[in-house]
Design a protein around this ligand. Structure first.
Ligand code: KG4
Ligand code: ZN
Length: 375
């Protein structure tokens, strides 16, 4: 009893003296902690054809506004000049709506995070210039965000019923521009285990859709039709590449030749078999992706597996990956649907994580069309 009282007294004496000695430091820390209590980050995304703005409050999403660009549908792919023009038209109303949706005003913002790469230069420039000017006018920090890191770190958005992957984990990042198996050892430590040697998986979906006469982006439509079809109706040759590498250009050509050959025999072939074609193509792609994940687990021994990027919205990959929890005892991390395709909430969460690490950019920062995930 006496011992405990003595220890408590010594603790308080030390605390009081250190408060006087280091009064300034303690006060500064106190105010920093107080201000960290109320961190509002505006995230801005404009790397491709979606203009998006989000408000993140202490790791939680208050608003996430995405303005897509219908204009590209007719062209079967993104037209860069049209994309940057649309970003210019959209960015002010989208940011305004994000602030309104979060019920805050711009003077409450703690920092502005924006995508500075990789992506289309014209598109990136719109978000970059806007973020720099707004941060300058509000006199708040600016945070540059790597788009591919953001797809992965979207898993750290705080949400109910959503578990966060522990380090290290493996993330299969699948989007319209990338296909990578990444080992994530910390928030900003990434190692590419393998990637595509040619097309990205999203392109394989979009090009299949184009061959089938479906509008851009075709991935979600292939997914929808596949639900109505037989995945074993047709088979396609899988690429032969390294254990952790991907290749989709051969598959795309294979699908094109298959369709051309069948249309010669029956001009109604697509109309009569659309769900079966979509289901068979999707099955082939998902089998390829799953095979690579298995190889990565075998090589690394890591069984915490996440998926990220636009193609992680695909219902089949989500279902098959989830099933590995029962089948192989893996832990899987599947992002909420709204954080799969391009969005600013994922940019905002990286902004939040970087803010906590005091990792800011200055006004000399520029957009970078090519930017590796480790950068
Ligand atoms: O991440 P994202 O929005 O943009 C890039 O960073 O590239 O990914 C877009 C890609 C497109 O190729 C789109 O067709 C594909 O994601 N995608 C899908 C699905 N939803 C989007 N692919 C297959 N199934 C889906 N449900
Ligand atoms: Zn993306």
């Amino acid at each position: 009893m006496v011992k405990t009282t003595n220890r408590t007294a010594i603790f308080f004496i030390r605390l009081i003296t250190s408060t006087f000695v280091n009064g300034y430091t303690i006060l500064t820390l106190y105010f920093k902690l107080m201000s960290i209590k109320d961190l509002y980050i505006l995230g801005i995304e404009s790397s491709c054809d979606d203009t998006s703005a989000a408000i993140i409050y202490n790791g939680k999403v208050l608003s996430n506004v995405v303005a897509g660009q219908k204009i590209h549908e007719a062209y079967g792919g993104v037209v860069p000049e049209l994309a940057s023009r649309a970003h210019q038209q959209n960015i002010v109303p989208v940011v305004h709506q994000a602030l309104k949706g979060a019920n805050i005003n711009k003077n409450q913002l703690s920092a502005i995070a924006f995508t500075n790469g990789p992506g289309l230069m014209g598109s990136l420039l719109v978000g970059t210039s806007f973020a720099k000017s707004m941060a300058l006018s509000l006199d708040i920090p600016l945070i540059a965000v790597n788009h591919m890191q953001a797809h992965i770190l979207a898993h750290f958005i705080e949400e109910e019923n959503q578990s966060v992957p522990p380090f290290p984990f493996i993330c299969l990042t699948i989007s319209g521009g990338h296909t990578q198996l990444v080992k994530v050892t910390n928030y900003f430590e990434f190692e590419i285990l393998g990637e595509t040697t040619d097309d990205a998986v999203g392109e394989a979906f979009d090009k299949t859709a184009k061959i089938l006469g479906l509008p851009y982006p075709g991935g979600p439509l292939v997914d929808q039709y596949a639900k109505l079809g037989n995945p074993k109706a047709f088979s396609f040759t899988k690429p032969k590449v390294g254990d952790l590498e991907f290749s989709f250009s051969g598959l795309k050509t294979g699908i094109l030749y298959f369709i051309q050959k069948n249309i010669k025999e029956n001009p109604q072939f697509i109309e009569e078999n659309l769900p079966d074609i979509c289901a068979s193509v999707q099955r082939t792609i998902v089998e390829i992706l799953m095979e690579k994940i298995h190889n990565a687990v075998k090589q690394t021994g890591i069984t915490h597996i996440a998926i990220a990027g636009g193609v992680s919205a695909n219902s089949e990959i989500r279902k098959i990956l989830k099933a590995t929890e029962q089948l192989h005892g893996w832990n899987t991390y599947i992002p909420n649907f709204e954080y799969t395709t391009d969005n600013a909430a994922m940019i905002g969460i990286v902004g939040y994580l970087k803010y906590l690490q005091n990792s800011f950019s200055d006004q000399s920062i520029s957009a970078r069309a090519r930017l590796g995930i480790e950068e």
